[in-house]
Ligand binder design. Structure first.
Ligand code: HEC
Length: 158
């Protein structure tokens, strides 16, 4: 397990140096596939908990709180940094309860682009808050939301 983890990290690091992208790897057992689904769904629960308040502010349901926007935008960027790794385990061959579409592992470089869009939108939201222009908050949060939707439309069942 530890060895495999190190190997995966080293492989990903090497590959990102060479090609700027990660590689999907097939789950090796039912247990591995189930764990991979649990981890990626957990990651998205953290994404959701950080996006929720931002969505509420953009809708006007709760007042803008710059500290919360900044904190959550930084976290969303960090969670985006983990996303490619957590999506990279290809669970298609196993019977798992997942909303992930098979197309993820047929189109992994496109998935990486969608992750990058979330990262860019989260970083932009931080810049907008730093600039303190409240009139731009709504659009900047909207761009983050659009990056979620763009990936879900293609790669998440619902
Ligand atoms: C690069 C693609 C991608 C991006 C970007 C993305 N998602 Fe998802 N999301 C998925 C996939 C795939 C699943 C299904 C995971 C599974 O069931 O195995 C998912 C699942 C979820 C879930 C359900 C988790 C669960 O417990 O089953 C939530 C909530 C969620 N995403 C919220 C978000 C929000 C909010 C954003 C944007 C801030 C976002 N996602 C961005 C691909 C993405």
């Amino acid at each position: 397990m530890t060895f495999k983890y190190i190997k995966t990290l080293a492989g990903a690091a090497l590959l990102s140096t060479v090609a700027g992208s990660a590689l999907a790897e097939e789950a090796v057992s039912q247990k591995h596939a189930e764990a991979a689904v649990e981890y990626r769904q957990s990651l998205y629960q953290l994404v959701r908990s950080n996006m929720g308040p931002l969505g509420g502010m953009a809708k006007g349901a709760i007042p803008y709180d710059e500290e919360v926007i900044m904190t959550n935008a930084v976290r969303l960027e960090q969670l985006a940094d983990m996303m490619v790794d957590y999506l990279s385990v290809d669970t298609r061959k196993f019977d798992v309860k997942t909303d992930a579409r098979d197309a993820i592992w047929e189109n992994f470089s496109d998935v990486e682009k969608k992750v990058a869009a979330l990262k860019t939108a989260s970083a932009n939201l931080q810049s907008v808050v730093e600039a303190g222009d409240e009139s731009a908050y709504r659009d900047a949060i909207g761009n983050v939301g659009a990056s979620c939707k763009s990936c879900h439309d293609d790669y998440k069942k619902d």
